[in-house]
Design a protein around this ligand. Sequence first.
Ligand code: FAD
Length: 286
Amino acid sequence: MKITEILSQEKPVLSFEVFPPKKESAYETVEQAAVEIARLSPSFMSVTYGAGGGTSQYTADLAACLAKKYGVTSMAHLTCVSSTREHVMGVVERLRENGIENILALRGDIPSDGHVEKDYSHASDLAAELAAMGDFCIGGACYPEGHPESKNKAEDIRYLKEKVDAGCSFLTTQMFFDNDLFYNFLYRIREAGIAVPVVAGIMPVTNAKQMKRILSMSGTVLPTRFKMLLDRFGDDPAAMKQAGVAYAVSQIIDLVANGIHAIHIYSMNKPDVAEQIKSSLSEILV
Ligand code: FAD
């Protein structure tokens, strides 16, 4: 099923994200975690993509496994800036052969040595190319706090509009920890004429160290309320997990209360976390 069809239904949407292994030896463990998450019957699942293309095969394999064996609508992420067109089109062909209808079209981060291929500059180039094929449902990434490379939010939203016009029929946000930033972003993009559905990306923080690394890369701002939680529970893994899940659930409840019904959980291959979130919302996301 196409994700736009899922988003167009008047039902709440709860999706989960998994990431593929870097090495074949870890594939089975990752697949097992993904399958456990699939058993929670999410609206759809997305599978990330290694920017350098290293895990491209596993992205397709995992997305196909979820769809074929477990009947879960899946979406494959695909980055382009570090790859040749030939490579990207090879991956697209593999996705098509495996019946994957949904692709999150991404540029990918610029590698630290600055080396990129010449075929794609922005995600909008990939979105346009995929849209011209006609058979994929294409999503794009968006950044409530602005993409770290953008001069300002107005410029970022202008380019986001170009990306949507190029062929993205829905957007998924970068994680955010302050819902007000999301509400403000939504207001601004609607004002800029971006009308496609936006799925709110929520990260349950269960590991303080890992979180600090991710945050330094994404430039995400932490509200004081959240920083206090990291300071208090960061050195106690069990307490951090409980507090992180509770914070994510409270964010989702606030989103739903404010009319946002499409939520994507950065579940980081953790079935227990996905399960706790889902069960905490059993009477809310109905
Ligand atoms: P773009 O949309 O191309 O934007 C990148 C920057 O370029 C922005 O600052 C934008 O304002 C600017 N820009 C856009 N168009 C133009 C233009 N025409 N002229 C000048 N500037 C322009 N990374 C992975 O490696 N694998 C993943 O699986 C993955 N999944 C992600 C999922 C989500 C939901 C999100 C939010 C991010 C994900 N990322 C992933 C990270 C993403 O690859 C990086 O954030 C990357 O730096 C930007 O990708 P993009 O697709 O948003 O790029």
